[in-house]
Design a binder for this molecule. Structure first.
Ligand code: GLN
Length: 280
């Protein structure tokens, strides 16, 4: 099929979803269906029928609300590739702010423990950009499978170690599989409220509830994790968590109650997005 006709067809389909992103998404789907990158595609005039059909079918799925990231199966975070699909949260650019704050605070040869790891984007990005050892705890089997795949994809088998476990009810067995002390604990826990869950964007409804829903007021994880996990932190170490825009005051109070001093940081959109608690 002639490439410019195919592009036009894809754009026409994708515009039904969102005219502003149709061109970008058409290009993404075309790259995915052909296996060619942007510059290679520019040199092509024809696309074979199988690849063309694959791209058109994908565009139809996209218009029905499936996230683009799940369709193409891979997404970038911190300039690194991550496999994603049903059952795992898609890494968000906001979370890069958290990774940067962690990297600034990690000592040479330090240890980082990440809670609610999902795809593993936080510990993998941290390990790729420093010389620390990273441990990640994730409860879901489906997400842990992606986490392991992403460790291989990024070649960090010697520095990132995935564990399955419940961060709200950590067992002695889980603690004994982790280092006795670490420098940084990170977490991007589920933090949406019951009301926000009712009004989710169509795409986000495809992502797992367990990665999104933080209890009625969205704060269930923050209420528990600082108290249950601080014994792992060296004194002077930091607990770094992503938060919802309206949650900074509550999270600060939970941190202070457990003996942390708390500082709030904004993401690139100017929303309060990360709380850093330093253990005094
Ligand atoms: N830590 C993962 C991320 O930031 C998953 C978070 C989650 O599932 N709530 O994408």
């Amino acid at each position: 099929m002639v490439i410019h006709l195919l592009k036009k067809q894809l754009r026409n389909i994708l515009e039904q979803n969102d005219p502003d992103t149709a061109v970008f998404e058409a290009n993404q789907l075309l790259q995915w269906a052909t296996g060619l990158d942007r510059s290679a595609l520019m040199l092509e005039t024809e696309i074979d029928d199988t690849a063309a059909e694959k791209a058109v079918n994908a565009a139809r799925r996209r218009v029905k609300g499936e996230p683009l990231q799940y369709i193409v199966g891979e997404w970038e975070f911190f300039r690194l590739p991550f496999k994603v699909g049903e059952g795992v949260l898609i890494p968000r650019p906001e979370t890069e702010t958290l990774v940067e704050l962690a990297l600034e605070r990690l000592p040479e040869n330090g240890v980082l423990v990440d809670l609610c790891s999902g795809s593993g984007c936080i510990p993998i990005a941290a390990a790729k950009n420093s010389n620390v050892l990273c441990y990640g705890v994730e409860i879901s089997e489906a997400a842990t499978a992606y986490f392991k795949e992403n460790i291989s994809l990024n070649g960090v088998q010697n520095t990132v170690f995935p564990m399955q476990g419940d961060v709200l009810e950590p067992t002695e067995e889980l603690f004994s599989a982790l280092p006795e002390k670490c420098d940084i604990i990170t977490a991007n826990p589920p933090y949406l409220t019951a009301e926000e869950m009712e009004n989710l964007q169509r795409e986000v409804r495809h992502e797992p509830d367990t990665a999104l829903f933080g209890g009625r007021d969205g704060l269930d994880f923050y209420r528990v994790i600082f108290g249950k996990w601080k014994k792992l932190l060296k004194s002077g170490g930091s607990f770094i968590v992503e938060i919802g825009e309206e949650q900074s005051q509550d999270v600060q109070a939970f941190m202070e109650r457990e003996g942390f001093s708390c500082e709030i940081f904004k993401d690139l959109n100017g929303a309060k997005r990360v709380a850093v608690g330093k253990l005094l």
